[in-house]
Design a protein around this ligand. Sequence first.
Ligand SMILES: Cc1cc2nc3c(=O)[nH]c(=O)nc-3n(C[C@H](O)[C@H](O)[C@H](O)COP(=O)(O)OP(=O)(O)OC[C@H]3O[C@@H](n4cnc5c(N)ncnc54)[C@H](O)[C@@H]3O)c2cc1C
Length: 396
Amino acid sequence: MTATTTQSIKPDFQGQRKHFIFTDEHEQLRESIRRFVIKELQPHSEEWEEQTFPDWVFRRMGELGFLGLDKPEQYGGQGGDYYTSLVLAEEIVHAQCGGLAMGLAVHTDMAMPPILKFGTEEQKQEWVVPAIKGEKILCLGITEPDAGSDVAGIKTRAVADGDEYVINGSKTFITNGHRADAIVLVTKTDPDAGYDGFTLFLVPMDAPGVIREKKLEKLGMHASDTALLAFQDVRVPSTAVLGDVGKGFYQIMWELQGERLIGAAGCVAGAQAAFDRTLQYAQERSAFGRQIGHFQVIRHKFAEMATKIETARQMVYTTAWRFQNGQYPVREISMAKLYAARIAVEVADECIQIHGGNGYMKEYGIERVWRDMRLNRIGAGTDEIMLEVIGRSYGL
Ligand SMILES: Cc1cc2nc3c(=O)[nH]c(=O)nc-3n(C[C@H](O)[C@H](O)[C@H](O)COP(=O)(O)OP(=O)(O)OC[C@H]3O[C@@H](n4cnc5c(N)ncnc54)[C@H](O)[C@@H]3O)c2cc1C
């Protein structure tokens, strides 16, 4: 066997391209987002943990074109495919600021898609165009104090009154709720119509009767703002209806699929980043006269984590491929969301363990990863709800 042949059959541990869905253009985009994130966002990570990230981040990212990567060019987007959005979700983790990633994702991948899919031309011009520029900030209101997983149990009512609707109710845990200019709001318009009794509205947050009640304090994701909102006799014109009256339940279930998939991508990238930092630590830290990474127990922890991260990544990419190609793979999105959220929390926990006492200290940032990650098993649909969706998809 020649030297060249021998070389060519060496395992390639350094291969960079992560999956065939990504082209050279995606990789260039990845590079430029990563450079921006590390230079302009990451240095503020600690500060934003204390006081939430500032609104200028939206404007700056709008300027750079990062808020509309996969949005149509006619509204100021870049017209890219769905994978460009995945690239953003993956690279934003280098800001080391989970709350920032969440606030941005709510804007780009949760509130904007239903406006683009169901909205009128006027609504797109009024809200999507400035949202892509980062001049207007969006939030999404599904959850209420008495109804989260059980979306059909919401009580916020919108009652027609001539050419207007009057909205009453409350929403809780609303990300960006304190800073947003508009909310995509889920309401009940006909309580007797079952799943056909829901309607979405696009409500300006400065409308009289919208009350930003309380900034909620959380276990993690401190850089994001989380609001309890009240709607007291909020009058909006019928042009504020988003999509079709009575179809809001189905529309918001559609929205949740994109939200879950992008969340899963963020979980994988977050887990990978924690893994990388911890690997470096395990190569630097010594105990009993050797690097801790050289204990078989620790080596196997890395092997377990890497295998789980890779499994989750492949699930996300394959499901994204189906999504990009016009399919609506609800079962697989639920699987990817469930699995990625679970392994991200497991990985963060193991990374704390490998850091020992330092892992428990704020200085090392690993405890923050765990606190931020923990939300993913709850937000956008809990583990239990994902299992329900998957189980029921088999007719059970
Ligand atoms: C930091 C943060 C940010 C958020 N951002 C937003 C936002 O921007 N917009 C928004 O609308 N919402 C937001 N949420 C809300 C989030 O989506 C809900 O918290 C989540 O869907 C769970 O609802 P819940 O909290 O009411 O829990 P519940 O529905 O009360 O669930 C409680 C427990 O019961 C379980 N359970 C419920 N139903 C079933 C069932 N059928 N079978 C088995 N187990 C079940 C759940 O899995 C869970 O373990 C956010 C939440 C947090 C914490």
